[in-house]
Design a protein around this ligand. Structure first.
Ligand code: ATP
Length: 293
């Protein structure tokens, strides 16, 4: 039996723009993505002798069968490499908020691909891993590398950007779920009044201008989600009133993040929000999505 483990980090969208809809139903996006400190721990054992894929997780709210993205990653890996299953056990210590717009499931899937590639010494290169990851979900290719990246296409065309300057990040997930397909559907018929200035963000990243980057965070999906859940805008406003240089929603929501350069203000804001919202965190940016343990 062999075993390996990795941290699988969540991401936020510093920007999210929807630039078109394809004939296959997918949307073209343009997003600046950033890995953050919050992470699951994914452990994979191979050669368990069971002949099947087993999955255990510390959070009973997520599936443990083929509906779990980490399970699907293992199944797809076996299919692609045409290996017979000698028994794979996946354990997920779940810390990333679920259904939060933070790519929590995608990052677990990315970790499983990376760990299986290592344990079975299959030597798939980054491009092959990303192609496989894309079959699981549009965020998986980003989750295989992470850091600060521009994602275009459906999320799979990735360009590495200058490492963003460091912030104290307050992350708050209000206790409701948002349907990503419903938000995409709504955006098709919505008049988009404001879009993120992605070029300005790229310039600010080049200049490592923390104030400018934070002031430019924007997500075109936020008005749509906030129409249904005004709390999203209220939390953003609260963060800014308490010293955030910028605040925005991640993905299709409902998570909201605030970027602070004043650590005390960030801690204070986190403490205040935590009184109302159980899933509130103080975290930071990190340079990679997967960290092998
Ligand atoms: P994204 O930002 O990519 O849209 P998300 O953060 O909004 O993702 P996830 O945390 O990945 O959402 O969870 C979405 C749904 O996927 C959950 O309701 C859950 O049932 C299912 N799911 C499948 N695999 C996982 C996993 N490994 N971790 C969490 N949820 C998972």
């Amino acid at each position: 039996m062999k075993q390996a483990a990795a941290e699988a980090h969540a991401k936020i969208n510093l920007t999210l723009d929807v630039t078109g809809k394809r004939s296959d139903g997918y949307h073209d996006v343009c997003m600046v993505m950033q890995s953050i400190g919050i992470h699951d721990i994914v452990t994979v054992c191979t050669g368990t002798g069971t002949g099947i894929i087993e999955l255990k997780t510390t959070n009973s709210a997520i599936p443990t069968d083929c509906h779990n993205l980490a399970y699907r990653a293992a199944a797809l890996f076996l299919e692609k490499t045409q290996m017979s299953c000698d028994g794979i056990r996946i354990e997920i210590e779940k810390n990333n908020p679920i259904a939060a717009g933070l790519a929590g499931g995608s990052t677990d899937a990315a970790a499983v691909l990376m760990l299986l590639n290592h344990l079975y010494e299959t030597q798939m290169n980054e491009k092959e891993c990303m192609e496989l990851g894309l079959q699981i979900g549009a965020d998986v290719p980003f989750c295989l590398t992470g850091g600060t990246m521009l994602a275009e296409g459906i999320g799979e065309k990735l360009t590495k950007l200058e490492q963003a300057p460091q912030y104290a990040v307050v992350l708050c997930k209000p206790p409701f779920a948002v349907s990503t397909p419903a938000i995409y559907k709504a955006i098709d018929s919505a008049d988009i009044m404001q879009r993120p200035d992605t070029s300005a963000v790229l310039r600010a990243l080049k200049a490592s201008d923390a104030k400018a980057i934070a002031g430019l965070v924007y997500n075109v999906m936020q008005p749509i989600t906030a129409d249904i859940h005004p709390e999203v805008n209220e939390i953003c406003a609260f963060m800014k009133e308490n010293g955030a240089l910028g605040a925005s929603m991640s993905g299709s929501g409902p998570s909201v993040f605030g970027l602070f350069t004043d650590n005390e203000a960030a801690q204070h804001t986190k403490d205040l929000l935590a009184q109302q919202y159980e899933e509130t965190f103080l975290t930071d940016f990190c340079h990679a999505s997967l960290v092998k343990l």
